[in-house]
Design a binder for this molecule. Structure first.
Ligand code: NCD
Length: 311
């Protein structure tokens, strides 16, 4: 099925490196892996995945590593560049060339926009972007699309409300680009003025035929949304603490607020959550963010297997 998806040997740097058809080829494969994990338990035997993370991560790194382990492969990890030759002043180009000599696939996360693209340029093995600065996070998009498909049964024609830091949130950038490949999409972009989605990206969505509405208040979007995608204000992208603190608690999803949401809507979040979703919301059946994180491991199994050309 991976061969069908045509991903063997490919990098995955930008969400739109994959066509809608290529995303969709990964979904039934992910269903298959979830249903019959034993059949895939040795698929990557003898293969090595390296994770090179220059920024903190829980889900992305560990779900990639868990995915590889569950496929019978092995992993090499640089979770703290302070323990590597990066502290000696080695360039990313040299680091990636070296790591690529030891592994069959490299997943990289880096604070600089474009770092994953640069790594791919120097790496003889495929590179997957685990998040580059405020720019893109394509495997989170794969996770998000699959989660929407699992819960809503479709992607086309949905109304998706995205709330929070739409300016710096890389998961949002990759997600809306990809969703806009589907017909009939409607986006409610809910953010404070300073954290609005970058203008060129908004125009791109409109250019593909999506209906886009920007707003500062959640109230208007909640009754119409099929998906409410909450995000964290990206503290690490702010220049001063004061601005961050002022914007951090701009939106807080509470059980009271949730009453305005449709009964069959879902609440997603790439996680980590800080204050933007009250813990009391977790018990609501529409809150699917922890399941979303779990599904992220399975889509990454499908992705790894496809890129390595083994499933
Ligand atoms: C996101 C990220 O790193 O961009 N986390 C993740 O990978 N699930 C979201 C965030 O940090 O806010």
């Amino acid at each position: 099925m991976g061969a069908e998806a045509g991903l063997a040997g490919r990098d995955f740097i930008n969400a739109l490196d994959l066509t809608r058809q290529e995303y969709e080829a990964l979904f039934p494969l992910t269903d298959e892996i979830r249903a019959r994990p034993d059949q895939f338990a040795q698929a990557c035997a003898g293969k090595v995945l390296a994770t090179l993370f220059y920024e903190p991560s829980t889900r992305t790194r560990l779900s990639f590593e868990a995915a590889m382990l569950r496929l019978g492969g092995r992993i090499l990890t640089v979770a703290d560049p302070q323990t590597s030759s990066v502290v000696k002043g080695e360039s990313l180009a040299d680091t990636i060339r070296t790591i690529a000599a030891y592994a069959d696939l490299v997943v990289i996360r880096h604070p600089k926009e474009g770092a994953a693209q640069l790594a791919a340029l120097y790496s003889p093995v495929p590179v997957v972007n685990g998040g580059d600065g405020a720019r893109e996070h394509p495997t989170q998009t794969l996770t998000d699309l699959y989660t929407i498909r699992v819960y809503k049964g479709r992607i086309s024609g949905l109304t998706v409300a995205l709330c929070g830091d739409l300016r710096y949130g890389r998961t949002v950038h990759s997600l809306v680009s990809t969703l806009s490949l589907y017909p009939g999409m409607r986006f409610f972009l809910i953010s404070p003025e300073e954290l609005r989605l970058p203008e060129p990206l908004r125009r791109e969505l409109e250019g593909r035929g999506a209906v886009v509405r920007e707003m500062e208040q959640m109230a208007e979007a909640l009754p119409a949304a099929d998906v409410l995608y909450m995000t964290r204000v990206q503290k690490e992208r702010f220049f001063n603490e004061e601005d961050y603190l002022r914007l951090r608690d701009f939106y807080i999803l509470t059980p009271e607020r949730l009453r305005e949401l449709k009964g069959d809507a879902i609440v997603m979040h790439p996680l980590p959550r800080v204050t933007e979703i009250a813990p009391a919301v977790d018990a609501d059946p529409r809150a699917v963010y922890f399941e979303q994180a779990r599904l992220g491991m399975y889509v990454r199994m499908a992705l790894i297997g496809s890129i390595l050309g083994v499933i």
